[in-house]
Design a protein around this ligand. Structure first.
Ligand code: ADE
Ligand code: ZN
Length: 323
C-alpha cells in the first residue's frame, strides 16, 4: 500500500451525497420505485465526464433523488466509512445538503436519523470519529438558507457546523452573512466553499464577512498574494480537493495544480476527496495522485496528513494525539 493510502488522516471536505456509488444508486432506485434516466450502472458511470462545477452538480442532484428513507442515508454513510477506513481515515467531518432533500419532500428527520444511525457507531465499527456539517445551497439564495436554518434547529444536537456549497459564481459569501451569524451565535463551527470556481474576493468575504474557520477549496487564493499572506499568518486551513479540481476543470491537469504554490506560501493545506464516487478517487487516491504528479516527498505527505488533524474540529488533546 502506498504511503498516501496508509497514513492516518482526517477527511475534512467530503459531501456524503458525493459518495453515492452507481451500484447504490440503482439499489435505492429499485427499493424505492424511482425510475432513472440510465439503464445500467455502466451507463451511469459513462456520464461522469464534466465540463465544470454546474455540469457535475446537475448529475449529483439527479442521482441523489433515489435517497428517500433513513435506511438509504445509513447505507450510503456505512459504505463511505468502510471505504474511508481502508484509506487511513481516522476522523471525518462530513457535509450534507439538507435543502437537496427537503426540496424533494424528504423530511429532515429522515435524513438526520439515517446519517446519525451510521455515524453513532462509526468509532466502534470503523475506528473513525465523525462530525456532521450542514451546508446551505448558495444558488438557492439567502432567504431559503435562513428557512433551512430554522428547520435545522431541532437537530442541532447532531450537527456541529454549517457550510456553504453548490454553484459558486454569482452567489458571493456576503449574501449569507445573516444565516452564518445565527449559526455562530448557536456555537456552531463555520466553513464555506470559496475560490473553487469563484474569485479570490469570495475567499476574503468568507473570512471577513462570514468569519469561517476553514475555507473549502480556496485554490484561487493563489491569484492574490495579500490573501496568501493572510491565510498563512492566521493559519486558516484550506481543504483542497485535487482530483475534484481536475475533473471539474478548475485546473487543467494535476501537474499544474496550485497546491505547491499554496504550500510554499506557508498556507495550512489539507487534502480531501470532495465527491469521491464522481471524481475517480477517495482521499487516499488524492494523496497518492498528488505525490505522483506533483513530486512531494514522503515528509511533505506526512505534513499533509498532520495538517488534516490540525485543521479538524477535534478538541486540542485529541488533535495532538495524532501529531
Ligand atoms: N457540492 C458537492 N460538491 C461540490 C463542490 N465541489 N463545489 C460546490 N458544491 C458542491
Ligand atoms: Zn465540496
Amino acid at each position: 500500500m502506498s504511503l498516501g493510502m496508509a497514513l492516518p488522516k482526517a477527511e475534512l471536505h467530503l459531501h456524503i451525497e458525493g459518495t453515492l456509488e452507481p451500484e447504490l444508486v440503482f439499489e435505492c432506485a429499485r427499493r424505492n420505485g424511482v425510475s432513472l434516466p440510465f439503464a445500467t450502472v455502466d451507463e451511469l458511470r459513462l456520464r461522469y465526464v464534466f465540463d465544470d462545477l454546474q455540469s457535475f452538480l446537475d448529475l449529483y442532484y439527479l442521482a441523489m433523488g433515489v435517497l428517500r428513507t433513513a435506511r438509504d442515508f445509513t447505507d450510503m454513510t456505512d459504505a463511505y466509512l468502510a471505504r474511508a477506513r481502508e484509506q487511513g481515515v481516522r476522523h471525518a467531518e462530513i457535509f450534507f445538503d439538507p435543502q437537496a432533500h427537503l426540496s424533494r419532500g424528504v423530511p429532515l428527520r429522515e435524513v438526520v436519523d439515517g446519517l446519525t444511525a451510521s455515524l453513532r457507531t462509526s468509532e466502534q465499527r470503523f475506528g473513525i470519529s465523525t462530525r456532521l456539517i450542514a451546508c446551505f445551497l448558495r444558488d438557492q439564495g439567502p432567504d431559503e438558507a435562513m428557512a433551512t436554518w430554522e428547520a435545522l434547529r431541532p437537530h442541532l444536537g447532531d450537527i456541529h457546523g454549517v457550510g456553504l456549497d453548490s454553484a459558486e459564481v454569482g452567489h458571493p459569501p456576503q449574501d449569507f452573512a445573516p444565516v452564518f451569524a445565527r449559526a455562530r451565535e448557536a456555537g456552531l463551527h463555520l466553513v464555506a466553499h470559496a475560490g473553487e470556481e469563484g474569485p479570490a474576493d469570495y475567499v476574503w468575504q468568507a473570512l471577513d464577512v462570514l468569519g469561517v474557520q476553514r475555507v473549502d477549496h480556496g485554490i484561487r487564493a493563489v491569484e492574490d498574494p495579500e490573501l496568501l499572506r493572510r491565510l498563512a499568518r492566521e493559519r486558516t486551513p484550506l481543504t483542497v480537493c485535487p482530483l475534484s479540481n481536475v475533473r471539474l476543470r478548475c485546473v487543467p491537469r494535476l501537474a499544474e495544480h496550485p497546491l505547491p504554490r499554496l504550500v510554499d506560501a506557508g498556507v495550512l493545506v489539507t487534502l480531501n476527496s470532495d465527491d469521491p464516487a464522481y471524481f475517480g478517487g477517495y482521499v487516499g487516491e488524492n494523496f497518492a495522485a498528488v505525490q505522483r504528479e506533483l513530486g512531494f516527498d514522503d515528509a511533505a505527505m506526512r505534513e499533509f496528513a498532520a495538517n488534516s488533524f490540525r485543521a479538524s474540529f477535534l478538541p486540542a488533546d485529541r488533535r495532538e494525539a495524532y501529531l
